[in-house]
Design a protein around this ligand. Sequence first.
Ligand code: B12
Ligand code: SF4
Length: 504
Amino acid sequence: MKIAFISDWDQDIGLQYLTAVLKQGGHEVKILADPRLFDDLYISIRTLHKYFDFKNEIINEIKSYKPDLVGFSATTNSYHWACELAESIKKNINVPIIIGGTHSTLVPERVIKNACFDMVCIGEGEYPLLELVNSMAEGRIDFSIKNIWFKNDGQIIKNDLRQLIENLDSLPLPDKDVFYQSCAYYSGSYYAMTTRGCPNSCSYCGISYLNKIYENKYFRQRSVDTVIHELEEIKKDNKKLKRIIFMDNCFGSNINWLKEFSKEYSRKIGINFICMMYPSHITPDSVKHLKLAGCKSISFGIQTWDTTIRENLLNRKVSNETMIDAIELCKKIKIETVIDNIFAYPGYDDEDLIESLLTYTRHKPTRNNFHRLQFYPKTVISQKALANNWITPEEYENILEGKEIGALRYEHNATTKQKNDRKSKKIQILFIFMDLLPRKLTYYIIKNKLYRYFPSFLNLSVLSIFRAFVTFNQESLWFLSINLMRYFHFMKIRLMGRKANTEI
Ligand code: B12
Ligand code: SF4
């Protein structure tokens, strides 16, 4: 059977596992990655996107590949994109379409109602998909496959959730061949995951819902041996490899695992790496082993310095002292720190943001990221937001449909909102640049509210990109390499044709 997968992320690890299992089962696969130029997380310019849109190209590729099944992978943020593209495919080609990924797992009852999807995969997709494709190869569709919901003769068939894959080592290694075929430009950075899920349950996070439906068994860890084996294979095949990015939600949460990993990694791999951690796992012991292994940068969430909001609203049980220690420990051992912050909580104002800035003048990370609080489907915080009228039922309805990811409004009054937004934006500009400025200067700007004179028309994404250009740290090099190479590669294809890029 021939299966074509479509994703808006070129190194989609979930799809790499699916294609590995399908190939093992004797099937043929193809990945079509939509680069979404000028329509991504950082840059959204509609007119340019129209010119650099690759959707027609994807449809043509599907027409010539003639797959037996098309698979989409989507988060809530990319669900709308998936629907648009799936609709166009349905108009042009008679092929069944299945969708999986976070959004389908969270709200399958909505996704299955969408006319462009024939099947929806909930949770892990490896073996359900293999069973589906095997049954299709036999000339019938098995409508009883656990984890897959079907449409048949106007009826919706909702099958149960199956057991999780307990031993992640039993899976084949993620399939990199298909990705290197479709995104050779990307080979300097390799993405890997040593775990699935997360041991924590923050109230705003989709993973918490998975922890709930899987009764806290969703978090699983691969053995050091299989992770090292995967990386040895990739190191052997990929001479351009410069860095490894561990996409685990909470890398190294098990200190014994980390110790063993560190020993093996430094001996057999020795390539710089970046990872994401939870602040309370950043301890003198863990940073020592991370450093030894070659860790150059750790991203972690502080989200807010307000203890009440953090503990009660966000369900993050970690103290300010622990978070400060985490920054200082990394600094001492020369590992970069990239901090995630969330703002726009109910009852939270710009003064709180200023307080955060002041804390960062004392404990300066390498880089600060900030996001508005977002209400994802089925999270605890979304239920609270609905109950407290922080979002309206209509807004939540849009979120469930992936149409609008609800950010909390500052005020209901639009004028006040605009005024507040302008002020916050100026503070955010300072957030972007403050770690480049001397500590005393930042302190002076904050104390004298000089940020009021910053131009609010500046685009924050463009500023972040500019910032990455002027700071040559591990994180900015990664950010630039993935984004610039993607733009360069696909713009060249659009302007000069596919042949121009075959050698990259
Ligand atoms: C790597 C990652 C990214 C990468 C790649 C995203 C991707 N598409 O893979 C990048 C950096 C691009 C990214 C960006 C974002 N991400 Co992200 N990301 C992750 C992370 C950490 C790991 C994903 C992963 O590879 N998991 C491992 C694989 C094995 O699991 P999987 O992807 O779920 O795939 C399995 C099943 O879902 C299923 N499946 C998946 N696709 C398909 C398709 C078919 C056809 C079938 C049958 C089955 C199937 O089978 C797979 C194998 O079992 C997850 C957290 C997590 N899941 O642990 C967050 C997560 C997916 N991201 C999230 C968010 C919010 C974002 C951003 C909005 C962040 C931001 N503000 O910038 C953006 C949105 C990007 C977009 N356009 O949608 C949320 C999504 C919440 C939601 N409701 O959708 C998650 C769950 C994290 C969280 N804390 O809540 N992310
Ligand atoms: S630590 Fe990160 S991945 Fe884990 S529950 Fe919290 S936000 Fe989600």
